[in-house]
Design a protein around this ligand. Structure first.
Ligand code: PEP
Ligand code: MG
Length: 754
């Protein structure tokens, strides 16, 4: 049954639309568990009814007509109980209700399972048997698994408007997708789907503007792939036996087959653009092969997928160039990259929605820095079906509304207005000091990485730059920038902020920050070759960067250098040696620059316990709470599945912070926080209580954090911390901090609207 299940799931996943997915389910279920009828009912929330949407066994004209109120019948009972109902003799059950419209005599055996997604009952999957029959455990498990699968398909279809089209009136309120808050704010706009090159599954449906041109491009792409295959075959002729070379001929034949060519052309003529039409044809073929009994033939499915990707690669080379962002663009993708964000003009980027990643992913950090609302980790995101759709991005709660109705839209427009009012209120803090009412100054710095951030960062009027992520200019290029180019980038920053200090962090690539031109493939990248580990292994890259930094600071002398991912003193000593060498070199070349203050990022747990030793060698520390949290809690900061466990307010993280602050202060050195925690109003109350010497955050958060600091006395923060030490879980800690903010009149900082 497992194999059958696997195949049905595959078929459902590749079905071109929901109706076909439902039909596949009922047909396969009826056959597999040998029942007389299999049916799917979907919930029509508007009318509080179940609607028969697919059946194998009842009359087909009953589809769409048979409706039953939620509270009635055995189907209604499945909905209420939210668990399977297995009845041997349905007519004798008190909840039984005869469905006349199907024109059938009563059925006896009944098994119904709910189709549930995120706690919502979307429908019911039912099998009926003419004779009395108590269904077995395995049959029940089979239906439950399929129902779970179907729930995903229905949610996707709901999001794309398909369910409402099918039902004619599905409650549009329920068409939302849950993710994780990535960047606060509300964004309203149209979806622009970006997808990695040659990823057929992620290609969206899109209307063909010029079907004839799409068809020609498709035929040309097919010819190009055939040419490539012929070339591969010729170049391998000497090395491969004839039987293996025949594979190329077979692939060329497959590609040129009528079903492949005509199938795609037909879809183009029906209105889809070439990549979308190709995706559907390839899926259809893959499915045919996957269903074959013969193992060899089944494996050919991957050859077909490969052909599809090859054709797509050629198509994309033609098609991608002319895509224009919408005036209010919501960027949507399976996994968005920093480069993709940078491609959309800031003035047109209204929101970001990513199927992968979490609150602490670098894309989310970038979104916060740019002040663009973002929702991450939307696992059910039907990427392929969202192009051009209207979306509302609620970055506070991590929810995306697809084609929202007028009520939803006007509510979010109202919230946007409130946000504008809140930030206008915060403008009154301009020029005011970051000082607590009892006179403790806590300097605020900005985190940056894009040259385009200089303006907002300067407007945020912080005490300088607490973290410049130098990898960002590296990420948006096609090769390593040279020393002079880097020097120019850093100089702009140093000049713009002079005489305020600018903390340039040395290259921190690896983990989820891969340079396209320096690929590192690892099983476990966050525990692998990352940050200082890479730069110490590549002193040529490190020295080039250090030299560029030092030269950039000449005459300004406001540079501070920060080292990422340091795990112990050996790495620190090696780094210091290279910094001294770079400094000596540039000075000998005639550049007048003082030796800059050197800092270490505290983000690897092993470094926490060595702060005193390190403090004697360097000038300052900066706590990278994003990584420190992920490593202390053993929770991948990008993994949506465990995102609920990732919280910098975890009692262990707070204890590590206390240990750090006490250790560093005992050596008379300063320690700041530059992770996202520094821009989190609830966390800032605790950081104030801990006595950190400064906070560095994205420019957008700075006015809010200044408001927090100016609203609470240090001793109040200390008292709060005393209470927090008694709490045992991050949720209670956050609740307590939020309630303190709320009492102080700052509740608007932690929820949409105020
Ligand atoms: C951190 O880890 O907290 C940090 C500031 O660095 P990044 O987010 O760039 O890893
Ligand atoms: Mg880090």
């Amino acid at each position: 049954m497992l194999e059958t299940l696997r195949r049905i799931i595959q078929e459902v996943n590749t079905a071109p639309d929901l109706q076909r997915a439902l039909n596949i389910i009922v047909e396969r279920v009826k056959k597999t568990i040998k029942v007389d009828v299999a049916s799917v009912y979907l919930s029509d929330a508007d009318r509080s009814q179940h609607v028969l949407m697919a059946t194998d066994g009842f009359r087909q004209d009953a589809v769409g007509k048979v409706r039953a109120d939620f509270g009635t019948g055995l189907v209604g009972m499945v909905r209420e109980r939210e668990e399977p109902v297995n009845v041997e003799d349905a007519p004798s059950h008190p909840r039984y209700r005869f469905i006349g419209e199907t024109g059938e005599k009563p059925y006896h055996g009944f098994l119904g399972v709910p189709i549930i997604q995120h706690g919502n009952v979307l429908g019911v999957l039912v099998v009926r048997h003419r004779e009395k029959r108590k269904f077995g455990e395995e049959e029940e498990a089979f239906l439950v698994t399929l129902a779970a699968q179907l729930a995903g398909a229905i949610t996707h279809a709901g999001a794309s408007g398909e369910v409402s089209r099918l039902l004619d009136a599905l409650d549009s309120q329920s068409m939302f997708l849950n993710g994780l808050p990535g960047a606060k704010g509300v964004g309203i706009g149209q979806a622009l789907v970006v997808y990695p090159l040659a990823n057929l599954d992620a290609v969206p449906d899109r209307k063909a503007e010029d079907p004839a041109a799409e068809e020609a491009a498709f035929r040309k792409a097919v010819d190009d792939v055939k040419d490539d295959l012929r070339k591969y075959s010729a170049s391998m002729a000497a090395a491969l036996p004839v039987e293996d070379l025949a594979l190329f001929d077979a692939l060329i034949m497959m590609l040129g087959s009528e079903s492949m060519l005509d199938g795609t052309v037909e879809r183009i003529r029906a209105g889809n653009w070439a990549p979308g039409a190709l995706r559907e044809t390839i899926h259809e073929h893959v499915q045919v092969f996957q269903n074959m009994e013969d193992t060899y033939l089944r494996q050919r499915a991957s050859d077909i997928s490969d052909l599809g990707r090859r054709v797509l690669t050629y198509l994309q080379a033609v098609g991608e160039v002319s895509r224009e962002p919408f005036p209010q663009t919501i960027l949507v993708g399976e996994e968005l990259s920093a480069g993709q964000l940078a491609e959309i003009p800031m003035s047109q980027l209204a929101g970001i929605v990513s199927a992968r990643g979490s609150t602490s992913s670098h894309v989310a950090i970038l979104a916060r820095a740019m002040g663009v609302p973002a929702v991450m980790g939307v696992e059910d995101l039907p990427v392929g079906r969202l192009e051009g759709q209207k979306l509302v991005v609620d970055g506070y709660r991590g929810i995306v509304y697809v084609n929202p109705n007028d009520t939803v839209c006007s509510e979010f427009i109202r919230l946007q207005h409130e946000e504008t009012r809140l930030s206008a209120g915060l403008k009154n803090l301009r020029g005011k000091e970051s000082i607590t009412p009892d006179g403790v100054t806590i300097p605020l710095y900005v985190n940056t990485g894009l040259i385009s951030d200089i303006e907002p960062s300067l407007n945020a009027e912080g005490s300088g730059v607490g973290l410049y992520r130098t990898e960002i200019p590296f990420l948006v290029r096609e090769n390593f920038p040279g020393e002079d180019e880097q020097m120019r980038i850093y100089r702009k920053m140093l000049e713009a902020f002079s005489p305020r200090p600018v903390t340039l962090r040395t290259l921190d690539i690896g983990g989820d920050k891969m340079l396209p031109y320096f690929p590192v493939n690892e099983e476990n990248p966050f525990l692998g070759w990352r940050g200082i580990r890479i730069t110490l292994d590549h002193p040529e890259i490190f020295l080039t960067q250090l030299r560029a930094m030092l030269r950039a600071s000449s005459g300004l002398d406001n540079l501070q250098i920060l080292l990422p991912m340091v795990s112990g003193v050996v790495e620190l000593d090696e780094s210091l040696k290279l910094i001294r060498r770079a400094h000596k070199e540039v000075v000998e070349e005639g550049v007048a620059v003082r030796f800059p203050p050197i800092g270490v990022m505290l983000e690897v747990p092993s470094a926490v316990y060595l702060v005193e030793m390190m403090a004697r060698r360097i000038d300052f520390f900066s706590i990278g709470t994003n990584d420190l949290t992920q490593y202390l809690l053993a929770v991948d900061r990008n993994n949506t599945r465990v995102a609920g466990l990732y919280d910098s307010l975890h009692p262990s993280v707070l204890r590590a912070l206390r240990y750090i602050v006490e250790g560093v202060h005992s050596e008379g050195k300063p320690v700041c926080v530059c992770g996202e925690m520094a821009g989190d109003p609830a966390a800032v109350l605790l950081l104030m209580g801990l006595g950190v010497d400064g906070l560095s955050m994205n420019a957008g958060s700075l006015p809010q954090i200044k408001w927090v600091i100016r609203s609470f006395r240090q001793d109040e923060a200390g008292d709060l911390l005393d209470e927090v030490w008694k709490l045992e879980d991050p949720h209670s800690i956050r609740r307590l901090c939020n309630s303190i903010l709320e009492l102080g009149g700052l509740g608007g900082l932690v929820r949409a609207g105020n």
